[in-house]
Write a protein that binds this ligand. Sequence first.
Ligand SMILES: NC(=O)c1ccc[n+]([C@@H]2O[C@H](COP(=O)([O-])OP(=O)(O)OC[C@H]3O[C@@H](n4cnc5c(N)ncnc54)[C@H](O)[C@@H]3O)[C@@H](O)[C@H]2O)c1
Ligand SMILES: [Fe+2]
Length: 386
Amino acid sequence: MLNTTQARPRDPLRPVRYELPTTIVYGKDALAQLPALLAEAGVTYPLVVTDRGLANNPVPQRVTGILAAAGIRHELFSEVEPDPTIAVVDRMASLIRERGHDGVIGLGGGSAMDAAKAAAAAASAGVAVREIIGPEKVTTDPLPTIAIPTTAGTGSEVTRFAVLSDPEAGLKVSVASMRIMPRFALLDASLTTGLPAALTASTGLDALAHAVESYGSVWNNPISEGMALHAVGLVGTHLRTAAAQPANLEARGAMLAASCIAELAANFTRLGLAHALAVPLGATNHVPHGVGVAMMLAPMCAYNEAVDPMRYRRLAQAFGVDDRPFSALVGDLCWDLGLKARLRDFNFDDADRERVVEIAMRSDNVLANPRPVDGAALRALLDQVR
Ligand SMILES: NC(=O)c1ccc[n+]([C@@H]2O[C@H](COP(=O)([O-])OP(=O)(O)OC[C@H]3O[C@@H](n4cnc5c(N)ncnc54)[C@H](O)[C@@H]3O)[C@@H](O)[C@H]2O)c1
Ligand SMILES: [Fe+2]
Protein backbone atom coordinates (compact mmCIF):
# COMPACT_ATOMS: atom_id res chain seq x y z
CA MET A 1 0.00 0.00 0.00
CA LEU A 2 1.40 3.42 -0.99
CA ASN A 3 1.94 5.65 2.03
CA THR A 4 1.30 9.22 0.93
CA THR A 5 1.62 10.67 4.42
CA GLN A 6 5.42 10.67 4.62
CA ALA A 7 8.26 11.98 2.47
CA ARG A 8 10.16 9.32 0.54
CA PRO A 9 13.51 8.38 2.07
CA ARG A 10 16.60 10.10 0.63
CA ASP A 11 20.07 8.68 0.13
CA PRO A 12 22.63 11.49 0.54
CA LEU A 13 25.30 9.31 -1.11
CA ARG A 14 23.24 8.20 -4.09
CA PRO A 15 25.72 7.79 -6.97
CA VAL A 16 25.74 10.79 -9.32
CA ARG A 17 27.21 11.42 -12.74
CA TYR A 18 26.99 15.06 -13.82
CA GLU A 19 27.94 15.97 -17.38
CA LEU A 20 27.83 19.29 -19.21
CA PRO A 21 28.93 19.01 -22.83
CA THR A 22 27.36 22.41 -23.62
CA THR A 23 29.52 25.54 -23.52
CA ILE A 24 27.56 28.43 -22.04
CA VAL A 25 28.29 31.93 -23.33
CA TYR A 26 26.59 34.64 -21.25
CA GLY A 27 26.60 38.39 -20.87
CA LYS A 28 26.55 41.74 -22.61
CA ASP A 29 26.70 41.49 -26.41
CA ALA A 30 27.01 37.70 -26.23
CA LEU A 31 25.14 37.50 -29.55
CA ALA A 32 28.03 39.22 -31.33
CA GLN A 33 30.08 36.06 -30.68
CA LEU A 34 27.79 33.97 -32.89
CA PRO A 35 30.07 33.94 -35.99
CA ALA A 36 33.07 32.90 -33.86
CA LEU A 37 31.06 30.14 -32.16
CA LEU A 38 29.89 28.79 -35.53
CA ALA A 39 33.51 28.72 -36.69
CA GLU A 40 34.52 26.93 -33.48
CA ALA A 41 31.82 24.33 -34.11
CA GLY A 42 32.89 23.98 -37.76
CA VAL A 43 29.53 25.20 -39.07
CA THR A 44 29.59 27.05 -42.41
CA TYR A 45 25.94 26.91 -43.56
CA PRO A 46 23.50 26.95 -40.62
CA LEU A 47 19.72 26.67 -40.67
CA VAL A 48 18.29 29.28 -38.29
CA VAL A 49 15.13 27.89 -36.71
CA THR A 50 12.61 30.17 -35.06
CA ASP A 51 8.89 30.15 -34.36
CA ARG A 52 5.97 31.78 -36.13
CA GLY A 53 5.32 34.13 -33.22
CA LEU A 54 8.75 35.68 -33.71
CA ALA A 55 8.33 36.14 -37.47
CA ASN A 56 7.47 39.86 -37.10
CA ASN A 57 9.79 40.42 -34.16
CA PRO A 58 13.17 42.17 -34.70
CA VAL A 59 15.03 39.31 -32.96
CA PRO A 60 15.46 36.94 -35.97
CA GLN A 61 16.62 39.86 -38.13
CA ARG A 62 19.25 40.74 -35.54
CA VAL A 63 20.60 37.21 -35.80
CA THR A 64 20.47 36.92 -39.57
CA GLY A 65 21.99 40.43 -39.81
CA ILE A 66 25.00 39.32 -37.77
CA LEU A 67 25.40 36.22 -39.96
CA ALA A 68 25.13 38.27 -43.17
CA ALA A 69 27.62 40.86 -41.92
CA ALA A 70 30.10 38.05 -41.20
CA GLY A 71 29.53 36.59 -44.69
CA ILE A 72 28.01 33.37 -43.33
CA ARG A 73 25.60 31.71 -45.76
CA HIS A 74 22.39 30.68 -43.93
CA GLU A 75 18.64 30.07 -44.29
CA LEU A 76 15.81 31.01 -41.94
CA PHE A 77 13.01 28.58 -41.08
CA SER A 78 10.31 30.38 -39.10
CA GLU A 79 7.39 27.96 -39.13
CA VAL A 80 7.81 26.25 -35.77
CA GLU A 81 4.57 26.43 -33.80
CA PRO A 82 4.34 26.61 -29.98
CA ASP A 83 4.57 23.03 -28.66
CA PRO A 84 6.16 21.92 -31.97
CA THR A 85 4.72 18.88 -33.70
CA ILE A 86 6.64 15.84 -34.90
CA ALA A 87 5.52 16.80 -38.44
CA VAL A 88 7.20 20.22 -38.44
CA VAL A 89 10.44 18.70 -37.14
CA ASP A 90 10.35 16.06 -39.90
CA ARG A 91 9.98 18.88 -42.46
CA MET A 92 12.95 20.69 -40.96
CA ALA A 93 15.09 17.54 -40.97
CA SER A 94 14.31 16.98 -44.68
CA LEU A 95 15.18 20.60 -45.43
CA ILE A 96 18.50 20.29 -43.58
CA ARG A 97 19.42 17.20 -45.62
CA GLU A 98 18.23 18.57 -48.99
CA ARG A 99 20.02 21.89 -48.61
CA GLY A 100 23.15 20.45 -47.04
CA HIS A 101 23.12 22.48 -43.84
CA ASP A 102 25.96 21.56 -41.49
CA GLY A 103 24.56 23.07 -38.30
CA VAL A 104 21.36 24.37 -36.70
CA ILE A 105 20.66 27.51 -34.68
CA GLY A 106 17.59 27.23 -32.42
CA LEU A 107 16.40 30.78 -31.76
CA GLY A 108 13.36 31.34 -29.56
CA GLY A 109 11.66 29.81 -26.57
CA GLY A 110 11.63 26.12 -25.72
CA SER A 111 9.53 25.42 -28.80
CA ALA A 112 12.10 26.66 -31.33
CA MET A 113 15.11 25.30 -29.40
CA ASP A 114 13.52 21.85 -28.97
CA ALA A 115 12.51 21.71 -32.63
CA ALA A 116 16.08 22.62 -33.62
CA LYS A 117 17.62 19.99 -31.33
CA ALA A 118 15.31 17.23 -32.57
CA ALA A 119 15.71 18.21 -36.24
CA ALA A 120 19.52 18.25 -35.98
CA ALA A 121 19.42 14.73 -34.54
CA ALA A 122 16.92 13.33 -37.07
CA ALA A 123 18.76 14.93 -39.99
CA SER A 124 22.16 13.50 -39.17
CA ALA A 125 20.73 10.06 -38.32
CA GLY A 126 18.75 10.14 -41.58
CA VAL A 127 15.61 8.85 -39.85
CA ALA A 128 12.05 10.01 -39.20
CA VAL A 129 11.69 11.84 -35.89
CA ARG A 130 9.43 9.09 -34.50
CA GLU A 131 12.44 6.75 -34.62
CA ILE A 132 14.31 8.81 -32.03
CA ILE A 133 11.47 9.52 -29.60
CA GLY A 134 12.01 8.03 -26.16
CA PRO A 135 15.06 7.56 -23.96
CA GLU A 136 18.47 7.05 -25.62
CA LYS A 137 17.27 6.43 -29.18
CA VAL A 138 19.78 8.85 -30.72
CA THR A 139 22.75 6.73 -31.75
CA THR A 140 24.71 9.16 -33.96
CA ASP A 141 25.98 12.63 -33.08
CA PRO A 142 23.58 15.31 -34.33
CA LEU A 143 24.74 18.28 -36.38
CA PRO A 144 26.19 20.94 -34.06
CA THR A 145 23.40 22.99 -32.53
CA ILE A 146 23.57 26.47 -31.06
CA ALA A 147 20.64 27.29 -28.78
CA ILE A 148 19.76 30.96 -28.30
CA PRO A 149 16.89 31.45 -25.83
CA THR A 150 14.55 34.42 -26.20
CA THR A 151 12.38 33.47 -23.22
CA ALA A 152 13.79 32.92 -19.72
CA GLY A 153 11.97 29.75 -18.81
CA THR A 154 12.61 26.33 -20.27
CA GLY A 155 16.40 26.13 -20.03
CA SER A 156 16.21 23.88 -23.09
CA GLU A 157 19.57 25.36 -24.17
CA VAL A 158 21.24 23.04 -21.63
CA THR A 159 18.98 19.99 -21.51
CA ARG A 160 19.05 16.52 -22.97
CA PHE A 161 15.35 16.74 -23.83
CA ALA A 162 13.40 17.96 -26.84
CA VAL A 163 9.68 18.01 -26.09
CA LEU A 164 7.40 17.56 -29.10
CA SER A 165 3.65 17.22 -29.65
CA ASP A 166 2.14 14.09 -31.10
CA PRO A 167 -1.32 15.36 -32.05
CA GLU A 168 -2.50 11.92 -33.27
CA ALA A 169 -1.87 10.34 -29.88
CA GLY A 170 -2.86 13.51 -27.96
CA LEU A 171 0.45 13.33 -26.09
CA LYS A 172 3.65 15.28 -25.55
CA VAL A 173 6.66 13.09 -26.23
CA SER A 174 10.39 13.63 -25.81
CA VAL A 175 13.62 12.88 -27.54
CA ALA A 176 15.86 12.22 -24.53
CA SER A 177 19.58 11.81 -25.04
CA MET A 178 22.82 13.44 -23.94
CA ARG A 179 23.71 13.57 -27.63
CA ILE A 180 21.13 16.32 -28.27
CA MET A 181 22.66 18.70 -25.72
CA PRO A 182 23.47 21.85 -27.75
CA ARG A 183 27.13 22.54 -28.56
CA PHE A 184 26.69 26.15 -27.39
CA ALA A 185 24.08 27.95 -25.29
CA LEU A 186 24.23 31.64 -26.17
CA LEU A 187 22.57 33.76 -23.48
CA ASP A 188 22.07 37.42 -24.40
CA ALA A 189 19.59 39.28 -22.19
CA SER A 190 18.87 41.90 -24.85
CA LEU A 191 17.01 39.20 -26.84
CA THR A 192 14.39 38.90 -24.08
CA THR A 193 13.48 42.58 -23.59
CA GLY A 194 10.61 42.31 -26.11
CA LEU A 195 8.96 39.47 -24.21
CA PRO A 196 5.52 40.71 -23.04
CA ALA A 197 4.80 40.78 -19.28
CA ALA A 198 2.42 37.79 -19.36
CA LEU A 199 4.98 35.58 -21.14
CA THR A 200 7.78 36.87 -18.91
CA ALA A 201 5.70 35.79 -15.93
CA SER A 202 4.62 32.35 -17.13
CA THR A 203 8.02 31.37 -18.54
CA GLY A 204 9.67 32.70 -15.36
CA LEU A 205 7.42 30.42 -13.29
CA ASP A 206 8.52 27.52 -15.48
CA ALA A 207 12.14 28.30 -14.55
CA LEU A 208 11.18 28.55 -10.88
CA ALA A 209 9.37 25.21 -11.07
CA HIS A 210 12.41 23.50 -12.61
CA ALA A 211 14.53 24.72 -9.70
CA VAL A 212 11.98 23.94 -6.98
CA GLU A 213 11.13 20.50 -8.36
CA SER A 214 14.77 19.59 -8.93
CA TYR A 215 15.54 20.59 -5.33
CA GLY A 216 12.59 18.51 -4.11
CA SER A 217 13.33 15.50 -6.33
CA VAL A 218 14.34 12.25 -4.66
CA TRP A 219 17.13 12.22 -7.26
CA ASN A 220 18.38 15.61 -6.05
CA ASN A 221 22.10 15.51 -5.21
CA PRO A 222 24.72 17.85 -3.73
CA ILE A 223 25.83 19.03 -7.16
CA SER A 224 22.41 19.98 -8.46
CA GLU A 225 21.11 21.26 -5.13
CA GLY A 226 23.32 24.36 -4.99
CA MET A 227 22.31 25.30 -8.51
CA ALA A 228 18.61 24.79 -7.76
CA LEU A 229 18.71 26.95 -4.63
CA HIS A 230 20.61 29.71 -6.41
CA ALA A 231 18.11 29.70 -9.30
CA VAL A 232 15.21 29.97 -6.81
CA GLY A 233 16.90 33.00 -5.26
CA LEU A 234 17.46 34.68 -8.63
CA VAL A 235 13.79 34.26 -9.58
CA GLY A 236 12.64 35.54 -6.18
CA THR A 237 14.82 38.64 -6.56
CA HIS A 238 14.35 39.47 -10.25
CA LEU A 239 11.16 38.09 -11.82
CA ARG A 240 8.81 40.85 -10.64
CA THR A 241 11.25 43.49 -11.97
CA ALA A 242 11.70 41.72 -15.31
CA ALA A 243 7.90 41.63 -15.79
CA ALA A 244 7.35 45.26 -14.69
CA GLN A 245 10.36 46.81 -16.46
CA PRO A 246 10.82 44.95 -19.76
CA ALA A 247 14.00 46.82 -20.71
CA ASN A 248 15.76 46.21 -17.38
CA LEU A 249 18.78 44.25 -18.60
CA GLU A 250 20.00 43.35 -15.13
CA ALA A 251 16.70 41.65 -14.28
CA ARG A 252 16.46 40.06 -17.75
CA GLY A 253 20.01 38.77 -17.48
CA ALA A 254 19.37 37.34 -14.02
CA MET A 255 16.25 35.55 -15.27
CA LEU A 256 18.12 34.13 -18.26
CA ALA A 257 20.79 32.87 -15.88
CA ALA A 258 18.12 31.49 -13.53
CA SER A 259 16.35 29.52 -16.27
CA CYS A 260 19.66 28.09 -17.47
CA ILE A 261 20.91 27.21 -13.97
CA ALA A 262 17.55 25.67 -13.01
CA GLU A 263 17.86 23.21 -15.89
CA LEU A 264 21.52 22.56 -15.16
CA ALA A 265 20.10 21.26 -11.88
CA ALA A 266 17.04 19.50 -13.32
CA ASN A 267 18.72 17.85 -16.31
CA PHE A 268 19.67 14.84 -14.17
CA THR A 269 17.16 14.97 -11.30
CA ARG A 270 13.84 15.08 -13.17
CA LEU A 271 11.07 17.27 -11.77
CA GLY A 272 7.90 16.81 -9.74
CA LEU A 273 4.11 16.99 -9.73
CA ALA A 274 3.73 20.45 -11.30
CA HIS A 275 5.42 19.17 -14.46
CA ALA A 276 3.82 15.73 -14.23
CA LEU A 277 0.46 17.53 -14.57
CA ALA A 278 1.37 20.55 -16.73
CA VAL A 279 2.86 18.43 -19.52
CA PRO A 280 -0.34 16.40 -20.17
CA LEU A 281 -2.43 19.57 -19.71
CA GLY A 282 -0.47 21.01 -22.65
CA ALA A 283 -1.41 18.01 -24.76
CA THR A 284 -5.09 17.59 -23.74
CA ASN A 285 -6.25 21.19 -23.24
CA HIS A 286 -3.48 23.22 -24.91
CA VAL A 287 -2.61 24.93 -21.66
CA PRO A 288 0.67 26.79 -22.46
CA HIS A 289 3.53 25.09 -20.63
CA GLY A 290 4.43 27.95 -18.29
CA VAL A 291 0.79 28.72 -17.54
CA GLY A 292 0.10 25.11 -16.57
CA VAL A 293 3.23 24.93 -14.44
CA ALA A 294 2.36 28.24 -12.74
CA MET A 295 -1.13 26.94 -11.91
CA MET A 296 0.16 23.73 -10.37
CA LEU A 297 3.29 24.96 -8.56
CA ALA A 298 1.78 26.40 -5.36
CA PRO A 299 -0.62 23.44 -4.82
CA MET A 300 2.27 21.03 -5.42
CA CYS A 301 4.54 22.89 -2.96
CA ALA A 302 1.79 22.80 -0.31
CA TYR A 303 1.31 19.06 -0.86
CA ASN A 304 5.03 18.35 -0.44
CA GLU A 305 5.67 20.91 2.29
CA ALA A 306 3.10 19.22 4.53
CA VAL A 307 5.39 16.20 4.96
CA ASP A 308 8.80 17.94 4.90
CA PRO A 309 8.45 21.54 6.12
CA MET A 310 12.14 21.98 7.01
CA ARG A 311 13.28 21.19 3.50
CA TYR A 312 10.86 23.69 1.99
CA ARG A 313 11.89 26.30 4.51
CA ARG A 314 15.24 26.55 2.74
CA LEU A 315 13.36 27.53 -0.42
CA ALA A 316 11.54 30.30 1.46
CA GLN A 317 14.93 31.44 2.78
CA ALA A 318 16.24 31.53 -0.78
CA PHE A 319 13.39 34.00 -1.44
CA GLY A 320 14.67 36.01 1.57
CA VAL A 321 11.71 35.06 3.81
CA ASP A 322 11.88 33.03 7.01
CA ASP A 323 8.38 33.10 8.47
CA ARG A 324 6.00 31.96 5.72
CA PRO A 325 5.55 28.65 3.91
CA PHE A 326 7.15 28.55 0.47
CA SER A 327 3.84 27.53 -1.15
CA ALA A 328 2.34 30.84 0.06
CA LEU A 329 5.28 32.78 -1.43
CA VAL A 330 4.71 31.07 -4.79
CA GLY A 331 1.00 31.96 -4.56
CA ASP A 332 1.89 35.62 -3.85
CA LEU A 333 4.33 35.71 -6.77
CA CYS A 334 1.71 34.33 -9.19
CA TRP A 335 -0.85 36.82 -7.89
CA ASP A 336 1.53 39.79 -8.24
CA LEU A 337 2.41 38.71 -11.78
CA GLY A 338 -1.24 38.38 -12.81
CA LEU A 339 -0.99 34.60 -13.27
CA LYS A 340 -4.60 33.87 -12.43
CA ALA A 341 -5.62 31.35 -15.11
CA ARG A 342 -7.70 28.36 -14.02
CA LEU A 343 -8.40 25.06 -15.75
CA ARG A 344 -11.94 26.23 -16.56
CA ASP A 345 -10.38 28.81 -18.89
CA PHE A 346 -9.24 25.85 -21.04
CA ASN A 347 -12.55 23.89 -21.26
CA PHE A 348 -11.22 21.34 -18.79
CA ASP A 349 -13.84 18.69 -17.96
CA ASP A 350 -14.02 15.44 -15.97
CA ALA A 351 -12.87 13.35 -18.94
CA ASP A 352 -9.81 15.60 -19.32
CA ARG A 353 -9.11 15.18 -15.62
CA GLU A 354 -9.06 11.40 -15.93
CA ARG A 355 -6.84 11.52 -19.01
CA VAL A 356 -4.38 13.95 -17.40
CA VAL A 357 -4.15 11.83 -14.23
CA GLU A 358 -3.68 8.65 -16.26
CA ILE A 359 -0.81 10.20 -18.29
CA ALA A 360 0.74 11.87 -15.24
CA MET A 361 0.85 8.60 -13.29
CA ARG A 362 3.14 7.16 -15.99
CA SER A 363 5.61 10.07 -15.71
CA ASP A 364 9.06 9.88 -14.11
CA ASN A 365 8.21 13.20 -12.51
CA VAL A 366 5.72 11.41 -10.25
CA LEU A 367 8.45 9.04 -9.10
CA ALA A 368 10.84 11.96 -8.50
CA ASN A 369 8.34 13.83 -6.33
CA PRO A 370 9.40 13.82 -2.67
CA ARG A 371 5.94 12.80 -1.41
CA PRO A 372 4.38 9.68 -2.88
CA VAL A 373 1.22 10.35 -4.85
CA ASP A 374 -1.77 8.35 -6.07
CA GLY A 375 -4.53 9.14 -8.54
CA ALA A 376 -6.79 10.58 -5.82
CA ALA A 377 -4.06 13.02 -4.71
CA LEU A 378 -3.48 14.17 -8.31
CA ARG A 379 -7.24 14.70 -8.82
CA ALA A 380 -7.31 16.77 -5.62
CA LEU A 381 -4.41 18.93 -6.87
CA LEU A 382 -6.18 19.55 -10.20
CA ASP A 383 -9.46 20.34 -8.40
CA GLN A 384 -7.72 23.14 -6.49
CA VAL A 385 -7.24 25.06 -9.75
CA ARG A 386 -10.44 24.20 -11.69
N1 LIG B 1 13.64 20.81 -23.60
C1 LIG B 1 13.36 21.03 -22.36
O1 LIG B 1 14.12 20.65 -21.48
C2 LIG B 1 12.10 21.75 -22.01
C3 LIG B 1 11.88 22.19 -20.69
C4 LIG B 1 10.69 22.85 -20.41
C5 LIG B 1 9.77 23.08 -21.43
N2 LIG B 1 10.00 22.63 -22.69
C6 LIG B 1 9.06 22.87 -23.81
O2 LIG B 1 9.26 24.20 -24.28
C7 LIG B 1 8.03 24.68 -24.84
C8 LIG B 1 7.66 25.99 -24.22
O3 LIG B 1 8.68 26.93 -24.41
P1 LIG B 1 8.48 28.46 -23.94
O4 LIG B 1 7.74 28.49 -22.66
O5 LIG B 1 9.80 29.10 -24.00
O6 LIG B 1 7.48 29.05 -25.01
P2 LIG B 1 7.47 29.03 -26.62
O7 LIG B 1 8.81 28.72 -27.15
O8 LIG B 1 6.34 28.15 -27.05
O9 LIG B 1 7.13 30.54 -26.93
C9 LIG B 1 5.93 31.10 -26.45
C10 LIG B 1 5.60 32.36 -27.23
O10 LIG B 1 6.54 33.37 -26.90
C11 LIG B 1 6.94 34.04 -28.10
N3 LIG B 1 8.28 34.62 -27.85
C12 LIG B 1 9.42 33.93 -27.59
N4 LIG B 1 10.43 34.80 -27.37
C13 LIG B 1 9.92 36.05 -27.51
C14 LIG B 1 10.48 37.38 -27.39
N5 LIG B 1 11.75 37.58 -27.05
N6 LIG B 1 9.64 38.41 -27.61
C15 LIG B 1 8.34 38.23 -27.89
N7 LIG B 1 7.75 37.01 -28.00
C16 LIG B 1 8.54 35.93 -27.81
C17 LIG B 1 6.91 32.95 -29.13
O11 LIG B 1 6.80 33.48 -30.42
C18 LIG B 1 5.66 32.16 -28.75
O12 LIG B 1 4.50 32.72 -29.33
C19 LIG B 1 7.00 23.60 -24.60
O13 LIG B 1 6.85 22.80 -25.73
C20 LIG B 1 7.61 22.81 -23.45
O14 LIG B 1 7.12 21.48 -23.39
C21 LIG B 1 11.16 22.01 -22.99
FE1 LIG C 1 9.08 23.27 -17.77
